[in-house]
Design a protein around this ligand. Structure first.
Ligand code: 5AD
Ligand code: FES
Length: 353
């Protein structure tokens, strides 16, 4: 390992900050020894704050109908081969009930930007889940909405919101999205969510088309500045019915490397080992945990719709019942010395350490 990179890693671990140029170098000159050193330091930070606990979030994919047309995404509106569905309120409540029985204390409602889910409809569902399960945290991942809408949902009881920034580089953002979507609105949403008192998650894909070490350095700097409570990163995986169908997938290697870097930038961050990571490698999620991640998100959606929520090709966990999915993940975590816990798993602020 060259001594430069060793110095960069030590600086990052101590100062939780690097310059843009240094982040870029950390990515460009990486080697297996550097990755191992970063992972060691990341795991040490994670264990100091969260021990060997892994938090589980029960993911309910409520609709694959989307008004957007992001170039990378399998449920984009131009994909005419996508078989569309929307869960009813009763179906969503059944998923939550099953999740509660299985020990989940966080539910994540995720979906495309489906106009059916107006503020009234979504607030009703949020209120009902929170009144039936007051000991649970409720996370929404329903895309870009107005500040007013985020405020109403927060008042109805939503605790957290996941909205990946996708890329902190404006030109790169524009190359991944159609002209009617805007980088500024994305950032506006994240700021509004923060100001409204949500625990906020941002994130990005690794290996998306046109991504470079310079665009990634911007992502890392953004994370350093924004200090998200959660950060979802996973490999880009092509979907056969999108314009990026022939682009290669991101790698486990770079994804795990960046998971370690992000843990060191902001040690208390809740960092999932994503389904996408488990899709490109059979032990991807275990590797993510060993690189510094501390969250997994088993699928609670009805098996009948799972295959339809296909953001990318070959997504795993589409045939298993919720209980199987949870047991499978439990066993996977145990196999690398970590344990799933039944807990809301709120972010620890720096002063709670
Ligand atoms: N590969 C990997 N991740 C994807 N996402 C969307 N499409 C893909 C893909 N092809 C991610 C985006 C989005 C999240 C819900 O899923 O980052 O924010
Ligand atoms: Fe879903 Fe293994 S985690 S089947």
């Amino acid at each position: 390992m060259n001594s430069n990179i060793q110095t960069l890693i030590n600086t990052l671990a101590e100062a939780h900050s690097l310059s843009l140029g240094q982040y870029q170098e950390l990515i460009d000159v990486r080697c297996p020894e550097a990755a191992a050193l970063l992972a060691d330091k990341a795991v040490a930070e994670r264990v100091k704050i969260y021990g060997k606990d892994v938090y589980v979030r029960g993911l309910i994919e409520i609709s694959n109908i989307c008004k957007n047309d992001c170039l990378y995404c399998g449920i984009r509106r131009s994909n005419k081969s996508c078989d569309r569905y929307r869960l009813s309120r009763e179906q969503i409540m059944e998923c939550a009930a099953e999740g509660y029985r299985l020990g989940f204390r966080t539910f994540v409602l995720q979906g495309g930007e489906d106009p059916y889910f107006t503020d009234d409809v979504l607030c009703d569902i949020v209120t009902e889940i929170k009144s039936q399960y007051p000991d649970c945290a409720l996370t929404l991942s329903m895309g870009e909405r107005s500040r007013e809408s985020y405020a109403l949902l927060r008042r109805a009881g939503a605790d957290r919101y996941l909205l990946r920034h996708e890329t902190a580089d404006r030109a790169h953002y524009e190359s991944l999205h159609p002209a009617e979507m805007s980088f500024d609105n994305r950032m506006r949403c994240l700021r509004d969510l923060r100001e409204l008192g949500y625990q906020v998650g941002c994130g990005f894909m690794v290996g998306s088309p046109n991504q470079t070490s310079a665009t990634l350095a911007n992502d890392l700097k953004f994370i350093e500045d924004f200090k998200p409570d959660m950060c979802g990163i996973g490999p880009f995986i092509p979907h056969k019915d999108t314009p990026f169908k022939d682009h290669p997938a991101g790698t486990v290697e770079l994804t795990c490397y960046l998971l370690s870097v992000i843990r060191l930038i902001h040690p208390p961050v809740l960092l999932p080992a994503t389904t996408a990571l488990g899709t490109i490698h059979p032990e991807g999620r275990e590797m993510g945990i060993q690189a510094g991640a501390n969250v997994v998100m088993p699928n609670l959606s009805p098996v009948s719709v799972r295959k339809k929520y296909e953001l990318y090709d070959n997504k795993i966990c589409t045939g298993e019942e919720s209980a199987q999915c949870k047991d499978c993940l439990s066993a996977r975590m145990e196999s690398v010395g970590y344990h799933i816990v039944t807990d809301r798993g709120d972010v620890r602020r720096q002063n709670e350490r």
